[in-house]
Design a protein around this ligand. Structure first.
Ligand code: MG
Length: 287
């Protein structure tokens, strides 16, 4: 079972995918968005999702981002895989050793309204950047209000997992002292195709994560290589910021970004980028 937001016959629905059928929440709970659904349950046991009615074929719907309008910015972690931290030459941080491995998580945020979905075409903003780049990341969706949590309390507070491409304009990122602008251009937060419930993935997740550009594998990592793992990140953030159901955390990207290749390979018109995470799926976008 996967949670999704999709367009069917011109209307937006939230619901669950079971095998190759979509079942909207409408018949079960009335019309709610997936974000409203997550907020409504806030850590309580989720209801039974036995298929109700015939559903509609996945071939007849268009997936959009599972949470297309996050209620606040995406929480992001920079340089959270050692091999990626080493490949990035530029640094504006002062808390790093000579190998550029962060000693504390590098937190930043990106705005994502709307987050775009699987299959969407993303503008390259060529009037502003010549260095658009991809970053495949495991996205964690919070399912329960969380404050001052221990690492042991984190597993029960996760609603599910998705795929995020933390698209970044490298020249804009480096021009300004803060990464926010270069990470937040319109369309630069593809997400999805769906959210896989936390109950279906062993904790902490040990999932292969890849990115393919025009069929060429550029990133090939595993989420167990995170420098700061999910229990640490979420517990650490919750010491000072209350996390709410529907908050989304992008956990960082493994090595292989276009910026670090020789010569660099930035995204260009006509490119197809596929971010793939084991047990979650493939997030495909066109540029
Ligand atoms: Mg990133």
């Amino acid at each position: 079972m996967k949670f999704a937001t999709y367009i069917y016959n011109g209307d937006e629905y939230a619901g669950v995918q079971i095998a190759d059928k979509m079942y909207s929440f409408d018949s079960l709970f009335g019309r709610v968005s997936l974000l409203e659904f997550i907020q409504k349950y806030d850590g309580k046991p989720l209801p039974d999702f036995s298929p109700n009615g015939d559903g509609v074929s996945v071939n007849d719907v268009t997936f959009i981002a599972p949470i297309p309008r996050p209620f606040r910015n995406i929480f992001c972690i920079g340089k959270n895989y050692a091999d990626h931290a080493k490949e990035v030459k530029e640094t504006i941080q002062s808390n790093q050793d000579e190998n550029l491995i962060p000693k504390a998580p590098i937190y930043f945020t990106k705005t994502a309204i709307p987050a775009v979905g699987d299959g969407a075409t993303i503008p390259l903003h060529t009037h502003l950047t010549k260095m658009a780049d991809y970053e495949a990341e495991l996205g964690v969706v919070i399912g329960k209000t969380l404050s001052h949590a221990t690492q042991e309390e984190v597993a029960d507070a996760i609603f599910g997992y998705t795929i995020i491409n933390d698209i970044t304009a490298r020249d804009v990122q480096n021009k300004h002292s803060q990464w926010f602008y270069g990470k937040s251009l319109d369309g630069f937060c593809p997400m999805g195709p769906t959210i896989v419930p936390a109950s279906e993935i062993a904790f902490p997740p040990a999932l292969k994560i890849k990115c393919h550009v025009n069929g060429e594998t550029r990133q090939d990592g595993i989420t167990t290589d995170l420098i700061f793992d999910i229990p640490y990140i979420i517990s650490d953030l919750s010491q000072g910021i209350t996390l709410y159901p529907g908050d989304i955390i992008a956990t960082g990207t493994p090595a292989g970004i276009g910026h670090a290749l020789t010569p660099p390979q930035y995204l260009k018109a006509g490119d197809v980028v596929e971010c793939e995470i084991e047990k979650i799926g493939v997030l495909t976008n066109y540029f």
